[in-house]
Structure formats: C-alpha cells, structure tokens
Design a protein around this ligand. Structure first.
Ligand SMILES: Nc1ncnc2c1ncn2[C@@H]1O[C@H](COP(=O)(O)OP(=O)(O)OP(=O)(O)O)[C@@H](O)[C@H]1O
Length: 231
C-alpha cells in the first residue's frame, strides 16, 4: 500500500532524512521508533506532504504521490494525526469531527456512529469545545477526526505523549481494533516502547535520519533495538 524509496530531507544544511526505505501493507501496523530528534516527525510530514521531500519517492497503492499536496493525499485515503493533536480549540467536538468528514462527505452518518462507538466519551461531549477537553480526550478526538476521512492509511505521531494511563489503554484498544479489522494500514510513531510492541506487526528504528534496525515484533526486544532507544 505504502512504499517509500530513498527518501531524503534537509533543514537548511542539516541532512535530516538519509535515504529512508519503508513499506507498509494493508492491515499491517508498523511502529516507527527512535530517540528524540532522529527525524521521525519529519518523515511523517514528508509522507503526508506537509513537508516536500528533497529526494526519493513516496508511492501509495502503486501511484507516485511524492509531489501531491496534503489535501490530495488525504483524498486518496491517507490520514495524519500530528504530534500535539492540532484540534480546533474553539469548535465543538461535533464540528471538529465534521472537519474530518469534509474529505469524503459521502462517508457521513455510519462512520460517525462507528467513531462514537470507538470513543464513547466524544459522544457524551459532542457539544463541548475542543479546547475544553483533557489532553487524552483531545487525542481521541484527533484520531476520531482522522478516521472520519475513511482512510486506508492512518499515520499517528506519538499518540501516547503526555496522556494519562487510562486513556492510553483506550487509544491502544482502538488501534488494536483497527488492526484486527484488517482493511487499514497503521504507521505508529512512538517513544513508548511497550505500547508500540503490543500493537505493531513490524518495527523500524531511526537514528540520525537513517533506518538502523527493522524487523518483526518478535525481534523488538533484542539489544540491537534497545541500544538505539536508550537515552
Ligand atoms: N522546522 C525545523 N527547522 C530546522 N530544524 C528542524 C525543524 N524541525 C525539526 N528540526 C530538526 O530536525 C531533526 C529531526 O526532528 P524531528 O522532529 O523529525 O525528530 P523526531 O524524531 O520526531 O523527534 P521528537 O520525538 O522529539 O518529535 C531534529 O534535530 C530537529 O531539531
């Protein structure tokens, strides 16, 4: 579904992504791991088109999307939940969710009910303003909004960051359910190793803009991986 080939990116003279290769198949969850500042968010932004790639190729369902805008990528079925969530603080929960539906207006009611089932708290709070929600509730809202675009690929940037344990469990449950559904690919960028290990089919570790380790979930515990994650 997603194929990234020799992706390169720079901030000024700093070479942030160095020839990244990755693939992700339908129904698969890939964990993207690595210490702070190794280039994880930059990679996700390049995949969504928020940042242009300086070199290399991003293909989605066999189509070269390297030069497409974020909006065009969203219309093709890629959803992105950025770090820090970026929900609309002044809009209600319901209005925030409608923004997700704007990508595929025909998806509508069924999807919305699905999402309320996944995140019952959002149904309870649908008239509240996004800015009045707790961090964990905002994270749930951001994921729900992304799901309402009916994506084939969902990209999650550190969904557990700064979130209390009970909500982390809820978010994990939703990601597991999406994975078990088998019709969506999940790219999960995480610092919280145990959370990623529980959910991912495969992993990939970045260090200084390069892929330094990758493999199946069973290999995640090895020293080879831990060495690149320890602070
Ligand atoms: N807009 C920017 N301009 C210049 N340098 C940047 C910019 N954004 C990030 N960087 C630098 O690029 C490198 C990679 O940053 P990036 O945010 O992709 O890392 P990360 O692995 O996602 O880290 P974190 O987990 O802290 O978000 C870091 O050294 C960072 O300081």
């Amino acid at each position: 579904m997603l194929q990234v080939t020799r992706l390169n990116q720079y901030y000024g003279s700093s070479h942030t992504l160095r020839g990244i290769d990755l693939t992700l198949a339908k129904g698969e969850c890939l964990a993207l791991l690595g210490r702070n500042g190794v280039g994880k968010t930059t990679l996700l932004k390049c995949l969504m088109g928020v940042l242009p790639a300086a070199g290399g190729k991003v293909a989605f369902n066999g189509r070269d999307i390297t030069r497409l805008t974020p909006h065009e990528r969203a219309a093709l079925g890629i959803a992105y939940v950025p770090q820090g969530r970026e929900i609309f603080a002044r809009l209600t929960v319901e209005e925030n969710l409608m923004m997700g539906m704007a990508v595929k207006p025909r998806a509508k009611a069924i999807l919305r009910d699905d999402v309320f089932q996944l995140f019952p708290v959002l149904k309870e709070m649908r008239q509240r303003r996004g800015g009045d929600l707790s961090g964990g509730q905002q994270q749930q809202l951001a994921i729900a909004r992304a799901l309402l675009s009916d994506p084939q690929l969902i990209i999650l940037d550190e969904p557990t960051e700064g979130i209390q344990p009970s909500i982390i469990k809820d978010i994990g449950r939703v990601i597991r359910m999406l994975r078990e559904r088998g019709d969506i690919a999940i790219l999960l960028c995480e610092q919280y190793f145990d959370f990623a290990r529980e959910l991912a089919d495969r992993f990939l570790v970045l260090s200084r803009g390069e892929v330094v380790a990758s493999g199946a979930r069973e290999d995640m515990d090895g020293d080879r991986v831990r060495r690149h994650l320890a602070v």
